[in-house]
Design a protein around this ligand. Sequence first.
Ligand SMILES: C[S@@+](CC[C@H](N)C(=O)[O-])C[C@H]1O[C@@H](n2cnc3c(N)ncnc32)[C@H](O)[C@@H]1O
Length: 221
Amino acid sequence: MGDISGEPSFYSNAEGYWKDVPPTVDGMLGGYGSISSIDINGSKAFLRKFLGEGEGKMNAGCALDCGAGIGRISKRLLLPLFKTVDLVDVTQEFLDKAKTYLGEDAKRVGNFFCIGLQDFVPESGRYDVIWIQWVIGHLTDDHLVEFLRRCQKALRPNGLVIIKDNVSYQGVVPDEVDSSVCRDLGIVRRLVASAGLSVVYEEQQVNFPKEIYHVHTLALQ
Ligand SMILES: C[S@@+](CC[C@H](N)C(=O)[O-])C[C@H]1O[C@@H](n2cnc3c(N)ncnc32)[C@H](O)[C@@H]1O
């Protein structure tokens, strides 16, 4: 199976793909808009384990939504839990939509960064949580590792990097349509470790449709 992430057009094809996708929840989820609530509720329960008072708990200060799209996760997960949220995405049209989609809460967005994660340098020590969902497959292995390293530097004390994404049964499965790859859990864990991060907690999202990839959430520090 060809690893399309090695091709020069890997990033430009993905950008072209997303430019043609409607700026809606259904667009963000490839036609599976109906699973958004299950996803958000699962993520809320996951994050709540780390929030609150006490030793080792993270602050509810500032979150970064990576590959944020129109802000589906910012709206229902991050803005309700954190004081400030920054969004980063490569597709300007989605970030433009986010400004209205987030409603009143858009006032609590610190920054809308339009840039690929492969080039993005998050500010050192700014974030309590860096949420990376359904976008790691758009980065090459090397770029993912380098991005995760930069994320670690961008965390505040007790902060977490969270990856929530599809995992394949085995190996790297390319998707020529949106120009991405789906990695198995072993590969994702190996890339995380090369970035110098450790998995502090991990869970599989339950109650998703049977025909889609398994989705795992990994909390990293
Ligand atoms: C499947 S959508 C997921 C959106 C959002 N994370 C969610 O779960 O609702 C993938 C998003 O990643 C963005 N994207 C694709 N390649 C990217 C890259 N290299 N850097 C940053 N964002 C990227 C797309 O524009 C799109 O908004």
